[in-house]
Design a protein around this ligand. Structure first.
Ligand code: GRF
Length: 213
C-alpha cells in the first residue's frame, strides 16, 4: 500500500529529507502529499520544493487558540489527500482536535529512548543524566508529550567525549534510518495497534520484523 503522507515540520527538515530520499530511492512506498510548517521560512520548505512537494504555512500565531490552529492544519492535510501524518521536528503539542481527525495515524520521531527524556533537548538531557546508551523512538502520537505507543526504537552508545552537538549529529543518522524503516513497515501493513486494556497502555504490534533497529 502506498502511504499518503503529510509531513509537519518547524525547522531544518533533515528527517523530511530522509523520507524524500527514501521515496526517490524506492526504499519507502509512500508519497509526500504536502509539507506543512507552523513557521514561515522553515528550512525544510526548500527540501520539499526541490522534491516537487507542495508546501503550506499554518502559523500558530495567526490563530486564536490551539483548536483553531489544528482545524486549519486538518483542512490543509485533508485537501492534500493525506492519510498518515508524520511529525518531523514539529515543535507544537497536538490535541484531540487533530489526533481525532487522524486516529492512530500520527507518528513522531523523538531523539531518545522513550520513556526516558521526553520533551525538548532530549540529547542534552541524556548527556546530563550520564546514560551510556541512548537512541531514538518512533511512536504514535497521543495527547501527552512524547508518550504515545512505541512503534520502533534504535540504540546508540554515548561516548565519553560526546557533546550535545556530537551526540545529536550521530543520533540524527539513526533517526533518519528509523523513521524511514518504521514508515515502510506501516506501508507493508505490518503495524497494528492493540487497544489499551483497563489500566494498561495501548501497544503497537509490528509483525515479521524486529522493531529494534
Ligand atoms: C530531530 O532530532 C527530531 O527527533 C526532533 O527534532 C529534530 C528535528 O530535526 N523531534 P529535523 O528538522 O528533522 O532536521
Amino acid at each position: 500500500m502506498t502511504l499518503d503522507l503529510g509531513v509537519l515540520i518547524s525547522g531544518r527538515g533533515s528527517n523530511l529529507q530522509a523520507v524524500l530520499d527514501a521515496i526517490a530511492a524506492r526504499r519507502l512506498d509512500a508519497r509526500v502529499r504536502v509539507v506543512v510548517s507552523n513557521r514561515p521560512g522553515a528550512q525544510g520548505f526548500e527540501r520539499a520544493a526541490a522534491a516537487g512537494v507542495p508546501t503550506r504555512v499554518v502559523d500558530h500565531k495567526s490563530y486564536a487558540d490551539r483548536a483553531a490552529f489544528e482545524r486549519a492544519l486538518i483542512a490543509e492535510l485533508r485537501a492534500a489527500g493525506v492519510e498518515w501524518v508524520v511529525l518531523a521536528g514539529f515543535m507544537r503539542i497536538l490535541t484531540a482536535e487533530l489526533l481525532g481527525a487522524f486516529p492512530a495515524r500520527v507518528v513522531n520521531i523523538h531523539p531518545s529512548l522513550l520513556p526516558a527524556f521526553p520533551g525538548v533537548d532530549a540529547q542534552a538531557q541524556a548527556l546530563a543524566y550520564g546514560v551510556r546508551v541512548t537512541g531514538c523512538t518512533v511512536h504514535l502520537v497521543d495527547e501527552g508529550v512524547d508518550c504515545g505507543p512505541i512503534l520502533a526504537q534504535a540504540t546508540l552508545p554515548v561516548r565519553a567525549d560526546d557533546t550535545r552537538e556530537t551526540l545529536a549529529e550521530r543520533l540524527l543518522d539513526r533517526e533518519h534510518q528509523l523513521l524511514v524503516g518504521a514508515l515502510q513497515w506501516i506501508a507493508e501493513g505490518r503495524v497494528t495497534v492493540e487497544p489499551a486494556a483497563p489500566g494498561a497502555r495501548a501497544r503497537v504490534v509490528v509483525r515479521g520484523v524486529d522493531p529494534l533497529l
